[in-house]
Design a protein around this ligand. Structure first.
Ligand SMILES: [Zn+2]
Length: 611
């Protein structure tokens, strides 16, 4: 292969740059928007719009879509005219696109190849790599510019994926998370990365949460073969989380397909299966906190404790290229200072660029110690007074252990009501075991509790549910009880069934204890919707809906500002805000700018030059 099409860059092109001469494109944009490789197509337009000279040999051919092929030809005739000798069509697959370009070069159809992003930088200087025909018989020296592109958790909170491309063309992916709770578009977003997995050289994983790790098996299935670096606890957690994700997909697909087949709709396929998850885990390589590790010559990584969940890390990269060192830190998710179980986030080395999460960039949490009391109040009201069931959607990792720890504390204080406390999630049990196996990550207070209570996550009345038959039996359990079940946004997993089965009684309470994507079932309940759709059917919300906001595993804006407070502001060239809703990010950006930082809120699939 002569070169790779830098898809990440292409995906970030600004389509607004296209001039009115190609206005006809907008007519077809609706169709193009449905096409996963629309970005290549946009690239043709955008590059041509920005460059006054040069010849482009990259395009998009949709053989079976004559209207679009014709459209490109039309553009060639009217807009490209003198600028382009030949437009080489490639088809809707990255590899075939590359082959088409190679072929075009070999046959002389293309006289110049452009293989970088916009073709020009912000100053209008040409930065594209141009290769006159003939010169390509030698290996081309491709001139990439170090850049980062954002393919998830960009103006939204899930799907964390940030791709760093070095000057030498090496690609390092930071996290490979799944989009969650984004309504009808969730599946579509998850199935199209916006870059080519086979082009990624390394993956660095900040922590095991599925919105940061959940698409790793799909990445591997689609051709990624590099190493995956993370902390030991993150590896342990990822192993069970990715397996679980494969099982959820299998079960959800089966459930949906039953309904779809009745309606005569086409059946769905899961994104990956258990074998894909197992293949992905084989690529994991553990690195301890505070152990600077050389990935390859010129690329070092350092993990520091981010205090968010067991094993969570801020990722600090030191890249040395052509004698210049660039420091880039990706915060991952940042926990809270004075977390109930975990240590506080650690300082990280001085950075030139920081990718900072911003989930709670415009709010302050309640006092963290109110969690235990809030929980006791809801148990008392629902289970003791109304004799109902308290359903708590909770992420298996982090949130469930916090709940168990709070309930255990209540028992230690002799205040825990005698009830059955179901934890209905095999994953939650496994995750709790992983957490217990990494006591080195606990804070001082938990270390003290361990001196007299050897299992601070276990108490009388706790019952783990493993099989789905046992889970269904809970429906017939007619005593007041507490049901802790995943997922935390109530968008997937067994908790959806528990909500469906208990939503029609005023005796019951659905207690939300963490962040919910606006389109998720959890958020719809928290907004006070009178009716909600669950598994395709409308349900009236009769049960009470409560929330304990203090249960967040994410820092608020004071925590986030404290997290970066060890940095010399003058040396930080830019902070990219990721992992937040746009409105929240805008507020946080103003706050950070007020402190003297330069801040950018990158959009989905956008790319930014570094250095
Ligand atoms: Zn997280």
């Amino acid at each position: 292969m002569l070169f790779k099409i830098p898809a990440a860059f292409i995906a970030g092109l600004k389509v607004e740059n296209v001039t009115s001469e190609v206005a006809s494109v907008s007519v077809k944009r609706k169709w193009i928007n449905q096409n996963p490789f629309r970005s290549i197509y946009f690239a043709v337009l955008s590059m041509a719009a920005e460059m006054s000279t040069g010849i482009l040999c990259m395009g998009a051919l949709y053989k079976r879509k004559p209207s679009v092929s014709m459209l490109i030809i039309k553009i060639e005739g009217t807009f490209f005219k003198k600028a382009i000798n030949k437009v080489v069509f490639s088809c809707n697959d990255g590899n075939i696109a590359n082959q088409a370009v190679e072929r075009a070069i070999a046959t002389g159809e293309a006289t110049t190849v452009v293989c970088t992003s916009k073709g020009v930088n912000e100053q209008g200087e040409i930065i594209a790599a141009f290769f006159p025909h003939g010169a390509l018989k030698q290996k081309p020296a491709i001139n990439f510019i170090m850049q980062i592109s954002f393919h998830g958790a960009a103006r939204t909170v899930t799907g964390s994926k940030h791709l760093l491309t070095l000057n030498n063309g090496k690609k390092i992916l930071l996290d490979c998370g799944m989009f969650q709770g984004m309504g009808a578009q969730t599946d579509e977003l998850n199935r199209h990365f916006g870059f080519y997995p086979q082009e990624v050289d390394y993956l660095i994983l900040s922590h095991a949460h599925i919105d940061h790790s959940g698409l790793i098996p799909l990445l591997v299935k689609q051709g990624f073969k590099g190493k995956i670096f993370c902390t030991p606890a993150t590896k342990d957690l990822s192993e069970i989380l990715l397996e679980d994700s494969a099982v959820i997909q299998r079960d959800d697909t089966k459930y949906s397909n039953k309904k779809r087949s009745k309606k005569g709709l086409p059946l769905l396929e899961p994104m990956y299966d258990l074998e894909d998850a197992a293949a992905a885990i084989k690529l994991f390589t553990e690195i301890d906190y505070n152990n600077r590790f050389t990935i390859e010559d010129g690329i070092d990584v350092l993990f520091t404790d981010a205090g968010h969940i067991i094993g969570s890390a801020a990722v600090s990269l030191r890249i040395k290229e052509q004698g210049k060192i660039t420091h880039i830190t990706f915060s991952g998710d940042v926990g809270r200072y004075r977390d109930v179980i975990l240590k506080s986030p650690e300082n990280f080395p001085q950075a030139d660029y920081i990718l900072l999460e911003s989930t709670y960039g415009n709010s302050l949490h309640q006092d963290i110690y109110e969690t235990k009391e809030g929980l006791l109040n809801w148990i008392t009201k629902t289970c003791l007074q109304k004799k109902g069931k308290l359903i708590i959607p909770a992420f298996s990792v982090g949130r469930t252990q916090e709940l168990l720890y709070a309930l255990n504390q209540l028992e230690n204080e002799g205040r825990l009501p005698h009830l059955t406390y179901f934890v209905d999630s095999p994953l939650s049990r496994e995750a709790t075991d992983v957490v217990k196996s990494h006591p080195e990550n606990f804070n001082h207070e938990v270390q003290q509790v361990l001196l007299h209570d050897k299992d601070p996550f276990d108490f009388k009345g706790l019952k783990y549910i493993t099989t789905s038959d046992e889970s269904k039996q809970i429906n017939f359990y007619n005593q007041p009880c507490v049901i802790i079940s995943a997922s935390g946004m109530a968008d997937a997993g067994r908790v959806k069934h528990h909500i469906k089965n208990n939503i029609l009684s005023n005796d019951n309470t659905i207690l939300m204890v963490g962040y919910c994507e606006p389109a998720s079932l959890g958020a719809r309940l928290m907004r006070g919707q009178k009716e909600v759709r669950i598994f395709g059917e409308e349900y009236e919300v009769v049960a009470e809906v409560g929330s304990i906001k203090s249960m967040s595993a994410h820092g608020d804006y004071e925590d986030l500002i404290q997290f970066i407070s060890n940095q010399d502001k003058v040396m930080v060239k830019k902070i990219f805000l990721v992992h937040g809703e746009y409105g929240v990010q805008s507020d946080f950006a103003k706050r950070l700018e007020g402190l003297g930082y330069t801040v950018e809120i990158p959009g989905m699939h956008s790319a930014e030059m570094l250095g």
